[in-house]
Design a protein around this ligand. Sequence first.
Ligand code: FAD
Length: 470
Amino acid sequence: MSSERRWDVLVVGGGASGTLLAVQLLRHASGPLRVALLERSGNIGPGLAYSTPSASHLLNVPVAKMSAFADDPEHFLRWMRRVAPDTAPCDFVQRRRYGQYLESVLRTARRHAAPQVSFMPLKGEAVSLSRADGGGYQVELLDGSRLEAQRVVLAVGNAQPADLPVEDLGLFASPRYVRSPWAPGALDGIAPHDPVLLIGTGLTMVDTVLSLAERHHEGRIHAVSRHGLLPHVHRHGPAAPPPTFPAPRHVRSLLGTLRREAARAPEDWRGVVDALRPVTASLWGDLAPSERRRFLCHLRTFWDVHRHRMAPSVNETVRQLRSAGVLRPQAARVRGFRMVDEQWVEARLSPRGLGREESLRVRHVINCTGPDASLGRGHPLLRALLDSGLGRLDSLGLGLATDGEGALLDARGRVAEGLFTLGPLRRGELWESTAVPEIRAQATALSSRLLRAFASQPGLSPSRLSLPLS
Ligand SMILES: Cc1cc2nc3c(=O)[nH]c(=O)nc-3n(C[C@H](O)[C@H](O)[C@H](O)COP(=O)(O)OP(=O)(O)OC[C@H]3O[C@@H](n4cnc5c(N)ncnc54)[C@H](O)[C@@H]3O)c2cc1C
């Protein structure tokens, strides 16, 4: 294999996680190091979350909390002020700006990297991974080509939404169904007066409603989820001191403590939820798998709407659309779909508490259930990783099993040498692992681990690795 296809570190996935890891490697590597970042879209930086072209899609976290660097919390604020001088730390800015910010952070890191450190952005989709004969890993791409690397980091992030496990009678294969509202042009076939049904009432539904509103949509927008709960709104207020939890072993006692703390919070429950952030991973780690499962079954929806909140201006748009009767959220279970003809879809719903089914006719159904939580489904690389035994699911099947620093555990529970992950794939182990504050901390820790490993193997100093020719 030619040296252009061999790397010391290959990062697979060029969203926020892969980009921030590459940035840390470029900033801190002093010796020879060859890093490649493989992204299937060819667009490194924004990933799924920050590549939206819509001006109405905002960050759901204020500017002050979105710096790429934990040790320089105002970095994003300073960058934003170069673009929009009036930006305040508490502003919720356009998500696409954050994608541009990540691109700019990577450009700067490349410019200032040590002379012996090289970085190569690559376009392609990794579909399988296996051990290479001379050590390290071989990664196969969709086009049949191969790359080799001593260490591989899977930063493949958020999965596309999954179809509901219900009878669809032709809907899922029809153009009346939008499988992912994030796909470019996903809403193009929807006329302004078409009634539509959105499956899900969380932040992905909110994004989709904003996109429809941007297109001056006037038809009715139905939105259903089992509880019919929408995300709460952010409110500026003082952060509460971190609650002191007596290491609860049960979800029920955790909930009890949270309720007590929130009742005591002088200003707002939001401070209590936010104060939990730094201790979430350790609280999660203390829970037995059965308790974590209980949380997912019974409390996840409630947690999500309190924790993942809407920007105030987004909340205002949603409020107006609801009071105008355009947006109609409903608590109902979807039982199935039927194509009435080429124009109309019928959804069978069981509204919560009604005890009978109702049907609803719409022109389009849009899947707004958010990233698929079942790992590996529809992702050839992850499927191949699990099938080969090089990686295994965490105990909840939300992501990959890892050690405390993101090294994968193989099928037998041993640390897989040279194979790592960060970001959403660590959700099952840490629970809080999908947002920028956690991802930037993981990127810093993982880059130190990778660089330490190269430094401690002088014979294997990065650019002198000898991989077999193929
Ligand atoms: C719509 C949305 C909005 C969000 N808003 C916020 C926010 O405001 N603030 C916040 O802190 N967090 C937010 N998040 C959370 C978000 O998960 C993280 O902030 C972050 O963007 C995750 O980045 P990632 O790189 O891990 O994942 P992704 O953004 O999903 O990026 C993964 C990348 O890997 C690529 N990829 C996948 N598989 C392969 C393969 N086999 N080969 C090559 N490339 C591959 C994909 O093309 C993609 O570009 C949001 C998430 C979503 C979905």
